[in-house]
Write a protein that binds this ligand. Sequence first.
Ligand code: ADP
Ligand code: ZN
Length: 436
Amino acid sequence: MSNNYYQREYETMSREELKALQSERLVRQVRHVWEHVPYYRGLMEQKGVTPEDIRGIDDLHKLPFISKEDLRLQYPYGLLGTDLKNCVRIHSTSGTTGRRVVAFYTQEDIDIWDDCCARAIVAAGGTDEDVCQIAYGFGLFTGGAGLNGGSHKVGCLTLPMSSGNTDRQIQFMMDLKATILCCTPSYAAFIGESLKEKGYKPEDNSLKAGIFGAEPWTEEMRRGIEEALGIKAYDIYGLTETSGPGVAFECEEQTGMHINEDHFAAEIIDPDTGEVLPLGATGELVLTSLDKEAFPLLRYRTRDITMLSVEPCPCGRTFVKMKKPMGRSDDMLIIRGVNVFPSQIETVLLNEGYAPNYQIIVGRENNTDTLDVNVEMSEGTFSDVVKDMERETARLAQAIKTMLGITPRVHLVAPRSIARSEGKAVRVIDNRKLHD
Ligand code: ADP
Ligand code: ZN
């Protein structure tokens, strides 16, 4: 049992109490949407559902799904749940896949979002004595604003660095003795690499924890970051459509992220049929906001592939846990008929002793898919490996083949030749899309 709760009464409430709370909130949220968002009302009417049919959380499955496509079609104001004059801010997706989506917030929405992020910071050991360095981007992207708000709520001394300018990050980290670092995992890895280059050892900094999310990352990458920075690295999950980071966060057990179920109801569905799957099954995460004013979402299809577990957590929190998402269904590559997640290739490379600096290039030659993987050598491996490049590339190709069942062409490239990420890393180039 830990004492690291920000809102103990919610984070540890019994499942029955939680169900009652979710039910009450869902009924209210559905009425709110029905009354204020004609587009949603239309979707519900099409499905033959009215607010009277939704008596509690067990009726969730009766509601229609909503997808990113709906959000794009309704850009910018079509899903607003309140008068624009009640809104105080917008954020927007980073546009990793396709057109941007704009989300709106009332002050109350921001307050709840900040609470969710505060829970994550406290779960990572944060208190008002901490110095919290926020190296997620500030601006339209939700990462900076979300963790900044959470850090203020906890009472940490907040360093609103935004991403980039790594020399300055390091200087402030050292001079102001930052104890918690918040950024994308790929940027955390880059900061670790830069610290080492400047001659710092992991124990030279004052960091104790990191809160990393906004992109998929593997357990191997977590271990690498933990070693490089001398910290414990916690995962955090969220998306712009549901406010931002803080939908789910890791506790000290690090066996999945607790979903803030007092604010979001979670389901797992079969992405092909839309059928709701039993607990423990792997599928697409569907989220329903329970108390949003400006941008309510009923049964939003996140396209993130994960699974849920209600196993009691030793930390004392009763919220379900979601497994680290492997990537979005639309990140999944189909290469020669085989489903490939970039994270699988990352797992192999890191296990083979490489840093997370790689690039996956998919193409098509003579009507056959090709898979090329550029892998960066470190200064250390460079001289050893250069003697025996062929054997090393064959070894890596074999390791990837064992994982995926298809053989890639591996290319070892010079240290520092692959661009580093200060935000979300772009690791895949799919040239087939250009020709389709
Ligand atoms: P975009 O959809 O343009 O990338 P967002 O910044 O809203 O915009 O990204 C949200 C997405 O980022 C999620 O749907 C998920 O795919 C990914 N993501 C966020 N946090 C994590 C995490 N901890 N692990 C894996 N993926 C994550
Ligand atoms: Zn826990």
